[in-house]
Write a protein that binds this ligand. Structure first.
Ligand code: LEU
Length: 874
C-alpha cells in the first residue's frame, strides 16, 4: 500500500466548482447521477488529466459537455477515474450504480436498520460518486433524492429544502440546496422512516432556526437532553466566541450503525444513536455528559471545521483539536470545571500517552499515513486539544479570542492549515510562537523533571526544570518544547500560596503565574520567599507532560490537603497512589508481602470524610489510577502484578474504612430521579463507595444487590451490576439475567450489558465473552456491539485480555480477521491494543507478535489493519 506524505501536497489540477447530485434509491440498488462543473487550475500542466476519486461503484455512463466520452479518452481503476483532454471549464455528467444494502464498511451511502444514510469523512464520498474527494475542493451542492414514499417518507440533505413532490409508483422526491461551499466530506443524505422532534432557537441577531432531531419511531421520548444540549451549545458559542448559526434549519439524525461518535455534516449532523438517545432509566450520568459534549462538538464544528476547513487530512487537528478544546470548555462551563478537567486528563493518559509511546506514535499534525481512517486518534483529537489549550494559557482568554476572531476574518470559506491558525494567534497578539510550533511537529510525551531547593538564609527558592522527549518512530532526536507552566509555591508553615517574585523582577506577580519553560534545563530563582514551600507545578495540567517532581509521600499528602488548585490536589493523590502501587507491584514481583502504610489510609480517609469538598471531586480523588495508568509508569508492564496490587489496595482501604465508606454511601443517597450536577456528583461518590464495599465482603455484595433491585436510574443500576458481575457469586448471574430480561429490546442498554460482562474481573470472562457473541442482540455488523463486547474486552480488561496463555490474544485476532473484510475501520480499532506488544514480558511479547504476524499474513488485508499491523512489528 502507498504511503501518503504531507510534504507532497499539491493543489488539484481540476476542481469541482458545483455539483448537482441526483440519488435514486431503490431496494437493492441506487443510481447516482452527478453533474459537475469542473474548472482547470491556471498554470497546470496542459496535458494534466482530470482525475476523479471513486471506488466500489459501477460506471453507467460518462459525458462531457453533453457528449459521451469515447473509451480511449478515459480509464477507470479501483480507486479513481482518469479523463484525458478536458478543457479549462467542462460539465461532466456521471451516472453510477451503488449498493447501500451490502455496504458493511459503513462509509459512503449505506443502510442502517430501515434508513439510508451517509458517512463521508474522510473519504466516503468517493463511494457515492466520482469526485475530487479532498477537503480543499470546496463546492456548491444541490441534491435531489428520490425514493419510495412508504418506506422512506423523510428525505434529507445539507442546506435548505427547495422543492419536493410525488412521483408515479408510490415514489417521491425532495431537493436540497446548500448555500455554503463545502468539501465532499461534509456531504450528507438521509432517507428513511423517521420522526422529528422539533424545537426553535433564536440567534443573537434575531433569526429563528428550526431545530429537528430525527429518530426512529418509538425513540421520540429520548431526545430532550440532546435538544437541550444543542440549544445551550448554540447560545454558548454566541456568548463565548461571538459565533452564530448560519442556516435556517439545523438537523440531527440518530443512526444505529455508525463507525464513530458523530459527524458534523453541514446543517445535517449524523449521530451514533448512543450520543443522542437518553432517558434516566436507560442512560447513565456519564452518557448524559457524553451526549452534551458530543452534541456541542458537532455543533461547534459548524465554524471550526465547516466554515473554515482543512486543506488536507494532515491538518485534521486544525478542526478536531480546536473543536475538542471548545467542547471541553463548554462542558466545563456547564458543569464543575475542575472535575471536567480531571476527567479529560484521565482520558488523555488512558489513550493518548500510550499511543505516544508506541509504534503508532505520530505528531498532532502527522507527516504520513497509509490509511487516514487510522489517524482519527487520541493524539489528533485530545493532544490536539491540549495544544489549543496551551495557546489559551499563553495568550489568556482575551488574547485567544482575538486570535480566533482574526482566524475567521482571514479564513472564512477557506481550507487552511495548522500553520494558518498559529499565524492568526501570533498576529492578533503580536506574539512569537516559533518554538511553540514544535508541538505540531514532534511526537511523544515530554518528560519533565523538577527539583527545588530552599535557602532559608537567602530566602530564595530555586526551581530546576528539565525536559526531554524520548525518540518515536522516524524521530530519533527531539527538541525542547515551549511549556506553559502554571504554578504556585505553597508555604509549608502557612499552608497558603506564597507571593511569587523571580530574581531580577522588582515586584511580586501574584501567587500563581504561568512560567514559560523553553530550554532543556532551566532554573527559576524566586526571591523573598518567607518560608520553605512545596511547589505545585503544571496546575490544571497546563501542558501535556509526564511530570516527575521527585516529591515524597509527605509532600504529596501535603499538596493533596492544601494545594489551592483543585486539579493538583487530585493529581497529588494520584501520584501518591501510583507511587504506592508501583512499590507494591515491585514487592510482589520480588516475593515480598504487599504493604499499605497507615498514612495512605489516613490521607484517603481525610478526602472521604471531607464534607467541604464537592462529592464529584471526592469521587475523582478516591478513584485509584487505572491499571493502564500504572502500567504506563513501568518499563515492562506487569499485568498480573498491577491487577493484584490494585485489588489488594482496594480491599485494604475498604477493610480499614468500612464504616466511613458505608456512612458516606448512606449520606449520598439521591431520592427519585434527579439529573442536576449535585445529584450526579452524589451518585458518583456513592457508587464509588459501593465499589469498594462490594469488593470486600458479603455485606458489600448484599448492598450492591439491594441497590440493583431498587435502582431508579440507570447509573445506579449499572454501578451495582458492575460490582455483582465482577464476582462469581450467584447474585451476579441473577442480576445479569434480570437486566437482560428487562432490556433485551433496547440495543443501547444491551451494549452496557455486553461491556459490563466483557470487563468483568472474574476469571472465566473470556469464555463468557465467546458465549455472548451468540446472544441474539449481538451482531458483528454493528460497531456499537463490536465495541461494547470485543473492544471492551481487548482494551478495557487488561488482566483477562493479557491472560498468560495467549487465549485472549488469539480470540481477538480471530475476530479482527473475521471483521476486516466487512468493516476495516472498526477492525483496525479493535486490533490497536496489539500495537503495544513490546511493553510486556518476553512470553507475552512472543504471543502478541505471533498474532500480529498471523493477521499480517491474512490474504486481502485492508489498508487499515495492514498499517497498524505492519507498523507494530516494524
Ligand atoms: N468529524 C467527526 C468528529 O466530529 C469524526 C468523523 C470521522 C465521523 O469527530
Amino acid at each position: 500500500p502507498q504511503v501518503i506524505r504531507r510534504e507532497d501536497y499539491t493543489p488539484p489540477d481540476f476542481r469541482v466548482d458545483r455539483i448537482d447530485l441526483h440519488v435514486d434509491i431503490r431496494e437493492g440498488e441506487t443510481i447516482v447521477t452527478s453533474t459537475l462543473s469542473v474548472i482547470g487550475r491556471p498554470g497546470r500542466d496542459k496535458y494534466a488529466p482530470l482525475v476523479l476519486d471513486g471506488q466500489n461503484q459501477e460506471l453507467i455512463y460518462l459525458k462531457i459537455d453533453g457528449e459521451d466520452v469515447p473509451p480511449c479518452k478515459y480509464t477507470v481503476g479501483e480507486e479513481r477515474m482518469t479523463v484525458e483532454e478536458v478543457g479549462d471549464r467542462a460539465t461532466v455528467e456521471i451516472r453510477t450504480r451503488i449498493h447501500p444494502e451490502t455496504n458493511t464498511a459503513l462509509e459512503g451511502l449505506y443502510r442502517s436498520g430501515s434508513m439510508y444514510c451517509t458517512q463521508c469523512e474522510p473519504e466516503g464520498f468517493r463511494r457515492i460518486t466520482y469526485f475530487v474527494d479532498r477537503p480543499d475542493n470546496m463546492a456548491l451542492f444541490t441534491t435531489t433524492i428520490e425514493a419510495d414514499k412508504g418506506s422512506c417518507p423523510v428525505l434529507l440533505s445539507n442546506g435548505n429544502p427547495v422543492g419536493a413532490g410525488d412521483l408515479p409508483g408510490g415514489r417521491h422526491w425532495a431537493k436540497w440546496e446548500d448555500p455554503f461551499r463545502k468539501p465532499a466530506y461534509l456531504f450528507a443524505l438521509v432517507a428513511g422512516n423517521l420522526v422529528p422532534v422539533t424545537d426553535k432557537f433564536v440567534t443573537a441577531s434575531g433569526r429563528t432556526v428550526d431545530l429537528r432531531i430525527y429518530v426512529e419511531q418509538g425513540n421520540e421520548d429520548k431526545c430532550a437532553h440532546a435538544m437541550d444540549s444543542l440549544k445551550r451549545s448554540m447560545r454558548w458559542d454566541e456568548e463565548v466566541f461571538g459565533l452564530e448559526y448560519d442556516l435556517d434549519i439545523f438537523m440531527i439524525v440518530a443512526v444505529g450503525d455508525f463507525n464513530m461518535g458523530a459527524m458534523e455534516n453541514k446543517g445535517l449532523n449524523i449521530f451514533n444513536v448512543k450520543y443522542v438517545l437518553a432517558k434516566p432509566d436507560t442512560a447513565t450520568d456519564t452518557d448524559y455528559q457524553l451526549i452534551e459534549g458530543i452534541i456541542a462538538h458537532e455543533y461547534f464544528h459548524n465554524w471550526t471545521g465547516n466554515r473554515v476547513t482543512c486543506r488536507d487530512w494532515f491538518q485534521l487537528s486544525l478542526k478536531e483539536g480546536l473543536t475538542v478544546f471548545r467542547d471541553q470548555e463548554f462542558s466545563a462551563d456547564m458543569n464543575a470545571r475542575s472535575v471536567k478537567r480531571i476527567q479529560d486528563v484521565r482520558a488523555l493518559r488512558a489513550a493518548q500517552f500510550p499511543e505516544d509511546a508506541g509504534p503508532m506514535a505520530h505528531p498532532v499534525r502527522p507527516d504520513s499515513y497509509i490509511e487516514i481512517n487510522n489517524f482519527y486518534t487520541a493524539t489528533v483529537y485530545e493532544k490536539g486539544a491540549e495544544v489549543v489549550r496551551m495557546y489559551h494559557t499563553l495568550l489568556g482568554a482575551e488574547g485567544f479570542r482575538k486570535g480566533m476572531d482574526l482566524y475567521f476574518q482571514r479564513h472564512d470559506g477557506d481550507a487552511v492549515t495548522c500553520e494558518d491558525f498559529c499565524l492568526a494567534m501570533e498576529d492578533a497578539n503580536g506574539a512569537d510562537l516559533s518554538q511553540f510550533r514544535r508541538w505540531y511537529e514532534q511526537a511523544g510525551t515530554p518528560q519533565v523533571k523538577a527539583s527545588g531547593h530552599y535557602d532559608a538564609d537567602a530566602r530564595t527558592y530555586t526551581l530546576t526544570i528539565e525536559q526531554s522527549t524520548a525518540p518515536t518512530p522516524g524521530q530519533p532526536d527531539k527538541q525542547p518544547l515551549l511549556l506553559p507552566m502554571a504554578m504556585g509555591l505553597v508555604g509549608k508553615r502557612s499552608k497558603a500560596d506564597l507571593p511569587l517574585q523571580l530574581d531580577g523582577e522588582n515586584a511580586t506577580h501574584g501567587t500563581e503565574r504561568v512560567l514559560r519553560v523553553t530550554a532543556a534545563r532551566q532554573v527559576f530563582t524566586f526571591v523573598d520567599v518567607d518560608e520553605e514551600p512545596v511547589p505545585s507545578l503544571f496546575r490544571g495540567f497546563s501542558a501535556p507532560v509526564k511530570l516527575d517532581a521527585g516529591q515524597g509521600e509527605e509532600d504529596l499528602a501535603f499538596l493533596m490537603a492544601h494545594d489551592s488548585d483543585e486539579f493538583n490536589r487530585w493529581e497529588a493523590g494520584q501520584a501518591l497512589a501510583r507511587k504506592l502501587l508501583l512499590g507494591m507491584v515491585a514487592d510482589r514481583a520480588d516475593g515480598r508481602a504487599m504493604a499499605v502504610p497507615d498514612s495512605f489510609v489516613a490521607a484517603f480517609r481525610r478526602v472521604l470524610t471531607d464534607g467541604e469538598a464537592a462529592p464529584a471531586f471526592r469521587a475523582q480523588a478516591l478513584a485509584l489510577p487505572s491499571e493502564g495508568d500504572i502500567g504506563e509508569a513501568m518499563r515492562t508492564i506487569d499485568v498480573d502484578g498491577i491487577h493484584a496490587a490494585r485489588e489488594h489496595l482496594r480491599r485494604h482501604l475498604a477493610g480499614k474504612l468500612k464504616a466511613e465508606l458505608r456512612a458516606t454511601y448512606d449520606s449520598m443517597a439521591v431520592p427519585g430521579v434527579q439529573l442536576d450536577g449535585a445529584a450526579i456528583g452524589k451518585r458518583a461518590l456513592r457508587n464509588l463507595c459501593l465499589g469498594y464495599l462490594a469488593g470486600l465482603d458479603a455485606d458489600g455484595l448484599a448492598l450492591a444487590e439491594a441497590q440493583f433491585d431498587s435502582a431508579e436510574v440507570m447509573t445506579d443500576s449499572v454501578a451495582a451490576l458492575v460490582c455483582l458481575s465482577d464476582s462469581t457469586d450467584a447474585a451476579g448471574d441473577r442480576a445479569l439475567a434480570t437486566f437482560h430480561q428487562r432490556w433485551r429490546h433496547d440495543p443501547l442498554v444491551m451494549d452496557k450489558w455486553f461491556s459490563i460482562q466483557a470487563m468483568a474481573k472474574r476469571p472465566d470472562t473470556l469464555a463468557r465473552v465467546k458465549a455472548l457473541m451468540g446472544d441474539p442482540s449481538f451482531s458483528v455488523k454493528n460497531p456499537n456491539k463490536v465495541r461494547s463486547l470485543l473492544g471492551a474486552f481487548a482494551a478495557g480488561n487488561p488482566v483477562r485480555f493479557h491472560a498468560a496463555d495467549g487465549s485472549g490474544y488469539r480470540f481477538i485476532a480471530d475476530q479482527v480477521i473475521a471483521l476486516d473484510p466487512m468493516n476495516p475501520q472498526v477492525a483496525a480499532r479493535l486490533f490497536s491494543p496489539f500495537a503495544r506488544w513490546r511493553r510486556f514480558d518476553e512470553a507475552r511479547q512472543a504471543l502478541l507478535k505471533a498474532e500480529i504476524e498471523r493477521v499480517l499474513a491474512t490474504p486481502k488485508l485492508s489498508k487499515d489493519v495492514y498499517e497498524v499491523a505492519s507498523k507494530s512489528v516494524a
